[in-house]
Design a protein around this ligand. Structure first.
Ligand code: FE
Length: 228
């Protein structure tokens, strides 16, 4: 089996949210898909260890915000690489409450869907929640981000808990060394720089300012190790 074949699948990038009583949480997911149209049915696959999984299991409702192509990495890092068990992910983020009572993230969002769970499927490490769409709106015009754009243009990384995570040996023949964030797996590539952090292409890791931080998780330079 060649795991690289799995990279040929296409996805979007979403913030999936749910609630448990007064508590709310959300996480990044790439696995929101429409599975039927009359009525409109969507599905999402979430890791069983995630807090949002727990909330959807309890409340039977979820929302999915479709992220815009120009969403900054640190926004994705906040919802994708942190746990709602440790931080309030909604601090500093605009959101509203949907008809189901679940939160809907509106920052960096082109459109959202809101669903009531009608069924679920066990997928070993993940659960596929199936839901009937009960609300949907366009928030702003703009291109939705694809998962390929996130990886190839934004240079984002994927946590090991994601359904699409595939471990592949890194192939690097660097002129300037790449450095990997030990917290989130983000790779600093000197050839690309860090556009979100205003670091121009061609800046070596050593030449990054001392106060530069990981664009995804906010870790400091000392949390990076050289990619061998
Ligand atoms: Fe990081």
């Amino acid at each position: 089996m060649n795991p690289r074949a799995l990279f040929k699948l296409s996805y979007g990038v979403y913030v999936v949210c749910s609630k448990d009583g007064d508590k709310i949480n959300g996480q990044i997911a790439n696995t929101v898909i429409q599975v039927a149209s009359e009525p409109a049915i969507i599905a999402v696959a979430l890791n069983k260890k995630n807090l949002t999984h727990e909330y959807i299991s309890k409340s039977g409702v979820f929302t999915a915000s479709v992220l815009a192509q120009d969403t900054p990495l640190n926004f994705i890092g906040n919802f994708g690489f942190k746990s709602g068990r440790e931080i309030n992910k909604f601090e500093g983020t605009n959101y509203k409450t949907g008809v189901t009572g679940a939160p809907i993230v509106t920052d960096n969002t082109v459109a959202y869907l809101e669903a009531k769970v009608t069924g679920q499927l066990d997928a070993v490490t993940h659960t596929i929640f199936i839901g009937e769409v009960v609300g949907a709106e366009i928030i702003k015009e703009g291109e939705p981000m694809t998962y390929a754009y996130y990886h190839e243009v934004k240079r984002g990384s994927t946590p090991k808990s994601a359904p699409s995570y595939v471990e592949v040996k890194k192939e690097v023949k660097p002129v300037m060394a790449k450095y990997e964030c030990v917290i989130c797996g983000y790779i600093y590539d000197p050839e690309k720089g860090d556009p979100d952090g205003k670091i121009p292409p061609g800046t070596s890791f050593e030449n990054l300012p001392d106060n530069w931080t990981c664009p995804i998780c906010g870790a400091s330079k000392s949390e990076f190790k050289k990619v061998e």
